[in-house]
Design a protein around this ligand. Structure first.
Ligand code: GDP
Ligand code: ZN
Length: 264
């Protein structure tokens, strides 16, 4: 999905692809963790929206951080959508503000929305206009509901959370491009939560954590791993609450993954 091709048509209107243009970027999917075979799931993506929820279900922040890391490696800009804010009130509002601050400090646009009551949706469609956007996020966060709202012709089935728990996980992995009424397209990848597996040297991880990279310019050692070195500006920033502890913890967890391939 997303390839740009040249094609010829015969008199019956049948088309044959004669050339495929070079891809600006693409995301790949391996059929399993160990499989060597990979197929291209989507190409020429302008940006990705990562939809998260703070409850029902709660998106693990490490999942978001792994997604953002991979997107940086692929050079795909990400906008974060925090959905189901209609369920947030009273004491949970602090949690929302803290997640927003964490990701805005890392340089990401972060929109608090509710697909259910419509808040923030015009902003989302504004960002989508005339662009090809990947819509990603864990199951149950509201991706199909959003697509139904912004392109009613798509008629996607939204799955009830309880039905989801009964049937288990989606098995299908495919991508679909849905044209938006106001211009632009959404790439929907049902059953796929993120970008798949990417090979990355562990020393690269700190370069793609935008906030950690920025702060690491002040580390004493230029090749600081931010794990144990003296004079580490990153660990100091965590202690001084300048860098969110969750971001640092995700970094450490990914850095310590034993097989140096990252399942995102
Ligand atoms: P997907 O797996 O990401 O495509 O999630 P769905 O679109 O199927 O939504 C999962 C459930 O969350 C459905 O029951 C939706 O009605 C519900 N949902 C979606 N958006 C919202 C929202 O903004 N607020 C609330 N309270 N529920 C929502
Ligand atoms: Zn450091």
């Amino acid at each position: 999905v997303g390839d740009r091709v040249q094609f010829e048509t015969d008199r019956d209107g049948q088309g044959v692809i004669i050339q495929s243009e070079p891809r600006r970027n693409y995301i790949i999917r391996r059929s399993s963790n160990l499989s060597k075979e990979a197929h291209i799931l989507a190409a020429n993506i302008d940006q990705a929206f990562l939809m998260m929820t703070l409850c029902m279900p709660e998106t693990p922040l490490e999942f978001a951080d792994r997604f953002l890391l991979t997107a940086e490696a692929y050079h795909i800009p990400v906008i974060l959508l925090i959905n189901k804010t209609d369920l947030i009130s009273g004491k949970t509002i602090d949690g929302l503000h803290s997640v927003e601050k964490t990701y805005r400090d890392a340089g990401y646009t972060c929109l608090a929305i509710s697909v259910k009551n419509g808040s923030g949706i015009p902003e989302v469609t504004g960002h989508m206009k005339d662009k090809t956007s990947l819509l990603a996020g864990n199951s149950g966060v509201g991706k199909s509901t959003l697509i139904n709202v912004i392109c009613p012709d798509a008629k996607l089935k939204t799955m009830d959370i309880s039905a989801f728990h009964k049937t288990g996980k989606h098995a299908t992995t495919y991508a679909e491009m849905i044209p938006l009424p106001g211009g632009g397209n959404i790439i929907d990848t049902p059953g796929i939560r993120g970008f798949g597996i990417i090979d990355m040297d562990r020393n690269e991880i700190g370069l793609y954590f935008t906030d950690i990279f920025r702060i690491s310019q002040d580390c004493t050692f230029h090749n600081c791993t931010h794990i144990h070195e003296p004079g580490c500006a990153v660990r100091q920033a965590v202690d001084e609450e300048i860098l969110a502890r969750s971001r640092y913890q995700s970094y450490v967890n990914i850095y310590s993954d034993r097989n140096e391939k990252y399942r995102i």
